[in-house]
Write a protein that binds this ligand. Structure first.
Ligand code: ATP
Length: 359
């Protein structure tokens, strides 16, 4: 049985705004689930309904098979870390972490053991006597996580906990949170708009847009098998390249190149005649030069960005713009003409009307 179940969950705010539509998800005990999507897609609203901080307008929330809609946060056994964590500035790290247990009137030895254990997991043992102002941003965020972790809870919720940190600290904290999750085994739901955080941390990702789930899957499933244009464009950096065209005589054209869709559509080619399709390929799924079993495309180079481990090449094929991600040793000159190949198997086709992937 799933540990957490969201069944047809909806949120309609008092002003009538329908922020979450028919959200369905089963989570296993100990899973690390990430909700990802652009600003305003309903991630935080869903998290707050799970936390018990926001009423569920419609639908059912179950914990271990029991309805929990009417339970408060404490009864549900949730701990939460927010983007803006306020530590008590006049209290040491030790006291900040201990505070929740002290409020509960826990025994002093028990608190001491818990604080030291939590600090060990978080690498804060050497900082227990410090005040928050003498810590780095990343260390402060770890104290905030420690404060939430110290109570034994079944559900650990995090809402953009890394957004106040700089890029380097975010990378470090990302792997630390994954490590903490491994050690504690708490069922975790993590909200972010950053697809890299989602891809690197999640067991499964829930991609949301405009209050609707778009796809639920492992990072691998979302990357290799996106169900629609939105997911294909959201997961991956730089994003997938898309060309929208109407099929004529079983073909589309990209710039001056004719693309014969029979390689992709086979028997179904006729069904798409006269319809709009979206041709997609990832920047990293191309090879320079001509290859067999691939669409071969000429292009001109507009701009290159050498990033160290790869180069992003911004190209045009007449009116069509795209980005290629290639080995930095092969970086072409700006304004030069190149030829590149997209293996058939690396091409995604989507229905232009519904934006759903064509299998
Ligand atoms: P962000 O990444 O910006 O935090 P989000 O995906 O977490 O975005 P939510 O905070 O869940 O989005 O908000 C979803 C939608 O609901 C937004 O359009 C927001 O304006 C709206 N919303 C949030 N709170 C309320 C409220 N109290 N009353 C009415 N509408 C609200």
């Amino acid at each position: 049985m799933a540990y957490l179940t969201l069944k047809n969950i909806n949120k309609i705010y008092p002003n009538g705004f329908h922020a979450v539509h028919d959200f369905n998800l089963d989570m296993e005990k100990g899973e690390f689930i990430v909700f990802v999507g652009p600003s305003g897609c309903g991630k935080s609203t869903t998290l707050r309904m799970i936390a018990g901080l926001e009423d569920i307008s419609n639908g059912e929330f179950l914990i271990a098979g029991k309805r929990a809609n009417e339970q408060g946060p404490r009864e549900r056994g949730v701990a939460m870390v927010f983007q803006s964590y306020a530590l008590y500035p006049q209290m040491t790290v030790y006291d900040n972490i201990a505070f929740g247990l002290e409020l509960q009137g826990a025994d002093e030895d028990y608190i001491d053991e818990k604080v030291r254990n939590t600090a060990r997991i978080l690498g804060l043992t050497d900082y227990l006597d410090r005040l928050p102002r003498a810590l780095s941003g990343g260390q402060r965020q770890r104290v905030a996580i420690g404060r939430a972790l110290i109570r034994k809870v079944g559900i650990f919720l995090m809402d953009e906990p890394l957004s106040n940190l700089d890029a380097k600290q975010r990378v470090t904290m990302r792997s630390e949170i994954t490590q903490i999750h491994r050690e504690t085994g708490a069922t975790t739901i993590y909200v972010t708009h950053d697809q890299t955080e989602a891809m690197t941390m999640a067991d499964r990702i829930v991609v949301m847009k405009d209050g609707y789930i778009q796809q639920v899957g492992t990072p691998r499933e979302l990357y290799f098998d996106p169900v629609n244009v939105f997911v294909a464009g959201f997961i991956g950096e730089p994003p997938m390249n898309f060309v929208r065209q109407t099929v004529k005589g079983g073909k589309i054209s990209i710039g001056s190149t004719v693309i014969d869709l029979k390689h992709k559509l086979g028997d179904k080619l006729g069904e798409w005649e006269g319809k709009e399709i979206v041709f997609g390929f990832r920047p990293e799924a191309v090879h320079l030069g001509k290859e067999d079993n691939a669409y071969v495309l000429p292009a001109s180079v507009e701009l290159t960005e050498m990033l160290g481990d790869n180069t992003n090449v911004y190209i045009t094929m007449d009116e069509v713009h795209a980005i290629l991600k290639i080995d930095p040793h092969d970086t072409p000159d700006v304004d030069s003409d190149i030829t590149f190949s997209v293996p058939y198997e690396n091409v995604y086709l989507f229905d232009g009307a519904t934006e759903k992937v064509i299998k």
